[in-house]
Design a protein around this ligand. Structure first.
Ligand SMILES: [Zn+2]
Length: 89
């Protein structure tokens, strides 16, 4: 019973599992659960379906962060440009 692998997201047991600890989705999983898994001894697995969703979630986070950064740069640039424009009448 101690080696029973259970998905930490959906609690599924009889499917292919992936280790979360040390994987690319570890940080996303920790943000979602607000919990560090490094500090625990128990293994953390996600089934292949949830692991895929965690990967997609990670991609979404990265995409949103890039967009934020671009918008921040554009905002900074447009502020500079608008400061040089004459005031409309
Ligand atoms: Zn699952």
């Amino acid at each position: 019973m101690t080696d029973l692998k259970i998905c930490r997201v959906c609690l599924e047991t009889n499917v292919r599992m992936y280790q979360i600890l040390g994987s690319e989705v570890q940080d996303v999983y920790e943000k979602l659960t607000n919990k560090k898994i490094n500090e625990e001894r128990s293994a953390h697995h996600a089934c292949y379906m949830c692991f895929r969703q965690l990967q997609k979630c990670r991609q979404l986070v990265t995409k949103a962060q890039r967009a934020e950064e671009l918008l921040r740069q554009l905002s900074t640039n447009s502020t500079n440009v608008s400061n040089t424009k004459p005031t409309p009448r």
